[in-house]
Design a protein around this ligand. Structure first.
Ligand code: DGL
Length: 273
């Protein structure tokens, strides 16, 4: 009996960590997770066909997040990381209620740590419309405003995800949009800029050309990886050692987009679904 218990526990530990996003943004979270948890197998689903999620209604976002969750459950993942701020802020409580059999990790814009460290008490946040208009985001931001006296300077990053998804990170169009969104925040005297979308860390080189050096740019990627580790450990699901874990990235859209963000390692396979 005891041997059977240990055998089952071992099998569960070897199941992959499942992640999903509307597109390539989730790979920024995948990279943090693989760095912190080098022995884990992973399975990442990019729903490129339906990207961007940011302008969709809450109901549409919930529908797509359910579809992604069911896909990953079929693949027998051991935990699901919603590697998407828009998905998390609109759908995570629904997912946790509906799929009680699996733990979920979500990602939200890091306005709280930014607000607590801000000297000017002004924090900029660039995120999708879906994230900024969600109840979850509004609750966190209202608490910061009321309890800590922080001013949140919000801006919807309209168009940024579509440009990233079409391989136009370094285009003049991208640079102009970023200037339009970020310069008013600089004028407001923010000292922290929160990247509230998992696609945006790929824009860091462009962002740094626009904002002054004294503005710190933060995202929630490392915090999500740490939380994933904690929850796996609490559930006795950490894969303690594996010589060469395997990683799979799946896309229902153009695989060549995902390919551009893939590290050159032989234990990562990309597949079209
Ligand atoms: N990367 C996602 C996020 O963090 C989704 C962006 C989108 O699809 O609009 O919000």
């Amino acid at each position: 009996m005891r041997t059977l218990f240990y055998f089952c526990a071992m099998i569960n530990k070897e199941k992959p960590i499942g992640l999903f996003d509307s597109g390539v943004g989730g790979t920024t979270i995948w990279k943090e997770i693989v760095e912190l948890l080098p022995y884990e197998n992973t399975l990442f689903l990019a729903d490129n066909k339906n990207a961007p999620y940011g302008g969709k209604t809450k109901e549409e976002i919930i529908f797509l997040c359910e579809k992604n969750t069911e896909f990953l459950l079929e693949k027998e993942v051991k935990i699901i990381v919603v590697a998407c701020n828009t998905g998390t802020t609109n759908a995570i409580s629904h997912l946790r209620t509906k799929y009680k059999e699996i733990p979920f990790i979500g990602i939200e814009p890091a306005i709280k740590p930014a607000g607590l460290q801000s000297v000017t008490k002004k924090v900029g946040v660039l995120a999708t419309k879906g994230t900024l208009s969600s109840e979850l985001f509004m609750k966190t931001s209202n608490n910061l405003i009321k309890n800590e006296g922080i001013q949140i300077v919000e801006r919807v990053g309209e168009g940024l995800v579509s440009l990233i998804e079409s391989g136009k990170i370094e285009s003049p169009e991208m640079f102009e949009l970023l200037k339009e969104y970020l310069l008013p925040m600089v004028e407001e005297n923010i000292d922290y800029l929160v990247l509230g979308c998992t696609h945006y860390p790929y824009l860091l080189p462009q962002i740094q050309k626009i904002i002054p050096e004294n503005i710190k740019v933060i995202d929630s990627g490392y915090a999500v990886a740490k939380q994933t580790k904690n929850v796996l450990s609490q559930n006795n699901l950490l894969n303690d050692f594996q010589n060469k874990p395997h990683h799979i990235w799946l896309s229902n859209g153009d695989l060549s987009i995902l390919q551009q963000f893939a590290p050159d390692i032989d234990n990562l396979k990309l597949q079209k679904i």
